[in-house]
Design a protein around this ligand. Structure first.
Ligand code: SF4
Length: 293
């Protein structure tokens, strides 16, 4: 719950505000980019939401904020309920963004895949009644894919409730030691006919991406879209091994995908040829900057 006495001066006057507990995770700026901006190391409301859509997105941001730093001077209950009901937020082809980002994963995004052979959760949102019921209505969760050790959040609670198998890489096993399926080594692993698990060590030793239907690439903190530079980006800090990260970026050139769905950073959809060109451009920039090939 945001505290009006901690309202940041950087907010413009009006109903929505960010308080000083903000951890600058970027979630609100992804959900409501017309209302929230980064100012002085925090998010702030730079433009009060004007029309119905913008208000809806601002309420979605309020709910997704992992630390409850977004508040309103006057809450609109029906708008709030509509925003709650919008999560999981459907993106395309049965793939949804869960919302309700967790402080345990520094506000990482998590995703849900509705699949006839059993549904998937990719990383974990907060364990809350609304999402548990929403997942139940969609047939539960069969698999929980953990991209890396930092974004596990409440995966154990969802696994216990739904009897789901957790999938994690051996090198990051410390974050989910009781995981039911452990991926070993750096070779791609197929699960069923539509899921490819691709180890991409670099950010952490056990980072993995999940490619679904040759279209949706879930990347954790390995790769994301930067909407300011309009380019794909990869970590420049908090890196386990720089040269391994480069190899893991290069490895993805062997795959075609249209969506990048990241833990931190924006999600994006592009034609697979464009995405390939963006990935190649990222690699070239990195080679130039680091001198590593
Ligand atoms: S979602 Fe919350 S914690 Fe994250 S940047 Fe926005 S206000 Fe700050």
């Amino acid at each position: 719950m945001a505290n009006p006495s901690k309202r940041l001066d950087s907010n413009v006057p009006g109903n929505f505000y960010v308080d000083a507990t903000c951890i600058n995770c970027d979630t609100c700026r992804q959900l409501a980019p017309l209302s929230f901006e980064e100012i002085g190391g925090y998010s702030a409301v730079s433009c009060q939401p004007g029309d119905t859509d913008q208000v809806h997105h601002a309420y979605q941001a309020l709910l997704a904020c992992p630390v409850g730093s977004i508040g309103t001077e006057q809450s609109n209950k029906s708008r709030l309920q509509a925003a709650i009901g919008s999560f999981p937020l459907h993106l395309e082809d049965g793939v949804s963004y869960c919302g309700f980002n967790s402080e345990k994963s520094f506000g990482a995004n998590s995703f849900f895949i509705d699949h006839p052979d059993g549904n998937w959760l990719i990383d974990s949102p907060r364990y809350i009644k609304h999402l548990v019921e929403a997942f139940e209505q969609r047939g539960g969760i069969a698999h929980i894919f953990l991209t890396h050790k930092d974004d596990v959040a409440d995966a154990d609670k969802y696994a216990a409730h739904f009897g789901a198998e957790r999938i994690i890489h051996q090198a990051d096993l410390e974050a989910a030691p009781a995981a039911e399926r452990v991926i070993v080594g750096e070779e791609m692993v197929c699960i069923g006919s539509e899921f490819q698990v691709i180890p991409v060590p670099g950010h952490t030793a056990g980072s993995m991406a999940l490619l679904y239907r040759g279209r949706f690439l879930f990347t954790g903190d390995h790769l994301w879209w930067d909407s300011h530079s309009r380019s794909l980006e990869a970590p420049t800090r908090l890196i386990w091994r720089k040269w391994t990260l480069m190899d893991s970026i290069r490895k993805l050139l062997d795959y075609r995908f249209e969506w990048v769905l990241a833990g931190h950073g924006d999600r994006v959809q592009r034609a697979s040829g464009d995405m390939h060109a963006h990935l190649l451009a990222l690699l070239k920039r990195r080679e130039k900057r680091t001198g590593l090939r």
